[in-house]
Ligand binder design. Sequence first.
Ligand SMILES: Nc1nc2c(c(=O)[nH]1)N[C@H]1C(S)=C(S)[C@@H](COP(=O)(O)OP(=O)(O)OC[C@H]3O[C@@H](n4cnc5c(=O)[nH]c(N)nc54)[C@H](O)[C@@H]3O)O[C@H]1N2
Ligand SMILES: Nc1nc2c(c(=O)[nH]1)N[C@H]1C(S)=C(S)[C@@H](COP(=O)(O)OP(=O)(O)OC[C@H]3O[C@@H](n4cnc5c(=O)[nH]c(N)nc54)[C@H](O)[C@@H]3O)O[C@H]1N2
Ligand code: SF4
Ligand SMILES: [Mo]
Length: 766
Amino acid sequence: MGEWKKTQCNFCALSCGLEMEVEDNKIISVRPDPDSPRTHGYCCRKGRTAKHFVDHGDRLKYPLKRVGDRYERISWEQAYSEIAEKANKIIAEHGPRSFAMLGCALGSAQTPYATAKALLAAVGSQYMFNPIGIEFMGNWWSHGKILGDQMHFLEPDDKNNEVIIYWGSNSYVSHQIPDARKICRETSEAPDKMVIVVDPRLSETARMADMHIMPAMGSDSLFLRALISIIIENGWENRDFIYKYVSDWPRAKGWFRDFDIDGALKVCGIPRKQAEAFARILTTKKWGMHQDLGLFFGRHNTMNSYLCVLLTVICGMALVPGGSIVPECVIERGTFCDEHDAKTWRAPVTGRFPVLNVFPVGIIPAEILGDNEDRIRVMFTSMGNPLRSYPDSQKMAEALSSLELLVSIDCAETEVTRIADYVLPGKTTYEGNGDFNAFTLNYPEIVFQSRKKVLDAPGEAKEDVLIMAELTEAMGLIPRLPQYLYTAAEEAARTGDRMKYFVKLLGWTAAGHLKYFDQLATVIALTLGKAYGSAARAISWAGMLTSPICGKGLVTVPVDRKKHPILSRMPMFKDWCEMDAAFELVDAHPEGAIIGYARPDEMLERHIMHKDKKFHLWCEEIDEYIKRITPEKEAEELRLKDGFNMILSAGRHSDEGMNATMRNPATFKYRQPYTLAMNPEDAREMGFAPGETVRVTTRAGNLEIPVEYTWQTARGYCLIPHHFGYKFGGKTYGTHVNLLTSCEDIEELTGNPVWRYTPCRVEAVK
Ligand SMILES: Nc1nc2c(c(=O)[nH]1)N[C@H]1C(S)=C(S)[C@@H](COP(=O)(O)OP(=O)(O)OC[C@H]3O[C@@H](n4cnc5c(=O)[nH]c(N)nc54)[C@H](O)[C@@H]3O)O[C@H]1N2
Ligand SMILES: Nc1nc2c(c(=O)[nH]1)N[C@H]1C(S)=C(S)[C@@H](COP(=O)(O)OP(=O)(O)OC[C@H]3O[C@@H](n4cnc5c(=O)[nH]c(N)nc54)[C@H](O)[C@@H]3O)O[C@H]1N2
Ligand code: SF4
Ligand SMILES: [Mo]
């Protein structure tokens, strides 16, 4: 019998509460944690396979240096000093634009982002690449325009919605909401509730829908324009709400007047009756919408997101109970990047800009391979696999191999660690202590969990968050820290009173170190992290103290006045004492804790960030772009050309994989999941038998793959999951779909990829 320990799954953003049975430092079994205030005893099969993720022969244990075509084990000291020297030399010669960071967070674990951002700021670079620049560019940019901040984005108030809409989202499989399968099923079965799915294929979620709308692949923007036009034609928009909370509706309304609704619906393949019924539901019921990759990776993906937010606002469903809400986030995820601000970088070759501090990933090859002096020459990666998860793996590999310095931190051998100059072993978050997921999905409860250590790491692996901090120190980007900070940190760890340490830290900053303000995460990781034996735990405390909810009256954890008799009464410190108390609560509860409650009545006030406290629906970029979304132009663009005969969904978030993290084939031994999903009618017409290997070719490349017959796929549409093609234990399983995606398949407005609409040719292998 092993010991049961509480933790939190690190595979996806849902981050289910788990219990793990551990014996001799091995996970024996995993079960969902019924005490989790976040997921209440729910988990999926992926979470249960955690042992295959932590315990295998491809784990990285020691720092490695590439010498010719081999890797040699070196010490941490040697790794840090050589990396620092090389990186500093390149940055000194070519400026901060030569330096980029990639990844630094998972959907489920984000402490490394704190010290990675600090390191980036210390160098003076703005180049951060990670999944924000894969999936959220258009959506968060749209929220920036309409709500006034890219960090405040709408999510459905699932528990109180009468209607839940899944638009381009297969939540039943992808689990983007707490207790996903339960919520999908319950809403579908409840007599007074409704599930509406907008998806061109019969997905697992669509099978449960009360209404399934099947737009032609890639026609969402056209459909949204028609849908909003129907609402306006009938005068169904929520005029009271618009009058109170929208600043510029008459101007934006112009986009939907005199629009050819019937022409548009014909191109989308949606009956007018169904569109009207949908429009009536949207304007008479309380609803919320889960948008996901069908929209975010679709054609016109920024326009898709923009129109969805606009639709939510004009129906009066934005920031109201039962409609869409903004879950209060405990940890700051980034800052608004205004692309028109001269301080915001534009990448020199592609001209692209960041959203919420992250650049679109498709630009990486062009920005490395250019012959411009200020091209990217150094890259540090952590918690991200650009050679499997980012577009055009071949081009991406060519680019990364040509860097003057590539440093890769990972817990496992990957395609990137196999070409990096230095490889640094990261702990898994089950071996670290205190990593967290900043995506708070619960509402109105504000739930926070700090992932507790359940295992010892193999070899000399360290937490990614600490590695970033130590690299910063080695690069000489922070001054020598005084002994009193280390002493105060040790006292804090011993006594549990962190506020004295905090006061000392502020004192150090004020005493001539203000310019290191951006580096406080690093200082905390190195001092309190050392005292705690975990930088992640120290960072979760610091993250809570700098929380966007700090001082907003949302936290309900009482402050122990005996512990902080003076500070807790000082206006400036009392809010920090409150967050410190919240940290203590979370720290003491490995299953997570409710630290406060959102205030539904204050939502409009709190989350519209424009100064006039109104939604702004008109915007110049959209005004330019929407003119193209017409039935004529779209019909022409949606026609297959250039010898392509199908549309490929390059990527599918299937049950058998978890992005690039579940590399170990032990996790999918019951099924052969690497297939080209085809509609049986298409497959028969083309003469392919089930299981037959066919060739798929796109503008970027080609691969061979067995056909799977499935009615889940629409005519003309085929899907390949994106979690294959990894070399594991010396053997490669499947082929990776990003051989088929091009860095140029990006949307014009924000540079988000277009991966759910990849024209391809499927043909027999001769
Ligand atoms: N098992 C598993 N779960 C995961 C992940 C995983 O790798 N494996 N990854 C996690 C991550 S990082 C993410 S971002 C989420 C993604 O979660 P989802 O977005 O739910 O995942 P997809 O499988 O891409 O589902 C997108 C849906 O959009 C539909 N679609 C395709 N084209 C169009 C279109 O033109 N219009 C419309 N309206 N719909 C379209 C597809 O048919 C599909 O059903 O999943 C998360 N959960
Ligand atoms: N064509 C195509 N490409 C896609 C998609 C698609 O649908 N189609 N989906 C995209 C989406 S939505 C996303 S979010 C991205 C995600 O893709 P990535 O950003 O690459 O993220 P992950 O696959 O989650 O993890 C990447 C790396 O983190 C490491 N890692 C995981 N857990 C830990 C840990 O605990 N400790 C340490 N030290 N390292 C760890 C893994 O070993 C892995 O190498 O993929 C995208 N790529
Ligand atoms: S993979 Fe996601 S849904 Fe499954 S157990 Fe882990 S966190 Fe939960
Ligand atoms: Mo994602």
